[in-house]
Design a protein around this ligand. Structure first.
Ligand code: NDP
Length: 290
């Protein structure tokens, strides 16, 4: 049996279409500011895609490209100016930042009401206590993909592989809200393969190329692969793979996301949904749910 391949690209496109339509219907023009420091090639690609899709959604895009040696104080000043700009509803500072800049300080400087990445401690806290907040985009996208297979996650055994603040922990919080039974595994977890093999829903976010093998997967399980790893390919080229050994995993899983084309496209779609949410809240209107 070969698994259902979950088409993140198509699902993300549906969300982007809905975001565009809802913004129009509400008479709101959301503004998203993206700040990038330095020349990290992967970050450059992400930012280009974010700006392009922001404009395609009919949002206003504000772009700040700063040199690698930008002083921390200068970046903080730009963030504060964006906080004060009423046309800007969402602020995203692309990570990673150069070593001389403290990412936690930058994140804490963003107005929590404009923190469309959902990384500010206020938004992380709201998520933890189950209050409506701006939630991190990749976790949101992962849950939407899981729910495309299981509209109701109640009672499922869910294993989250990875406990980062950006992916693992918020994914686990969202799964708790969905009434799944959640196990969080990490680099210190014993018998990792056996823990994963108990999962009805396995969400892998470790950043280790093809770590998850076929025998780690319960037959019929749903596998959401968040990992993006660049590995060597033929003729000196490189290619992207996930944290799951896709070719062998799809022989046993019930449904699985590919890399690329799974969780990746969902992240930007959820970023646009968060920006619309922030814009609605700024206008005192209820925000559509995705
Ligand atoms: P981090 O490096 O911050 O966290 C990795 C987590 O995986 C840690 O909790 C770590 O455990 C755990 N881990 C690492 N190695 C192992 C191992 N061998 N066995 C078990 N657990 C392990 O990564 P992120 O959470 O930021 O990202 C994870 C992956 O998701 C990356 O590939 C990243 O590129 C991708 N990503 C994709 C996005 C998208 O848009 N699709 C967005 C964000 C991330 P411990 O805590 O014990 O060290």
């Amino acid at each position: 049996m070969s698994a259902q391949i979950i088409d993140g690209k198509a699902i993300a496109e549906q969300i982007r279409i809905r975001v565009t339509q809802e913004a129009k219907a509400l008479g709101i023009t959301p503004g998203l500011a993206v700040v990038i420091v330095g020349e990290n090639p992967a970050s450059q690609v992400y930012v280009r895609n974010k700006v392009k899709q922001t404009e395609e959604a009919g949002f206003i895009s504000f772009e700040h490209r700063l040199p690698e040696d930008t002083p921390e104080a200068e970046l903080l000043k730009i963030v504060e100016q964006l906080n004060d700009n009423s046309e800007v509803h969402g602020i995203l500072v692309q990570l990673p930042l150069p070593d001389h800049i403290d990412p936690d300080l930058v994140i804490r400087t963003i107005d929590p009401a404009k923190d469309v990445d959902g990384f500010h401690p206020i938004n992380a806290g709201k998520l933890a206590v189950g209050q409506d907040s701006l939630m991190p985009c990749t976790p949101q996208g992962s849950i939407i993909l899981a729910k495309s297979v299981h509209p109701d996650l109640t009672g499922l055994n869910a294993v989250v592989l990875g406990r980062s603040n950006i992916v693992g922990k918020p994914v686990a919080q969202l799964l708790i809200q969905e009434s799944a039974t959640v196990t969080i595994a990490h680099s210190k977890t014993r018998d990792l393969d056996e823990v994963c093999a108990r999962a009805d829903l396995l969400i892998a976010a470790v950043g280790r190329a093809e770590l998850v093998k076929k025998h780690w997967i319960k037959p019929g399980a749903t596998v959401i692969d968040v990992g993006i790893n660049r590995v060597s390919a033929e003729a000196g080229k490189t290619r992207l793979v996930g944290d799951v050994a896709f070719e062998e995993a799809k022989e046993v899983a019930g449904a699985i996301t590919p890399v690329p084309g799974g969780v990746g496209p969902m992240t930007i779609a959820c970023l646009l949904a968060n920006t619309l949410k922030a814009a609605c809240w700024a206008a005192g209107k209820p925000a559509p749910r995705f």
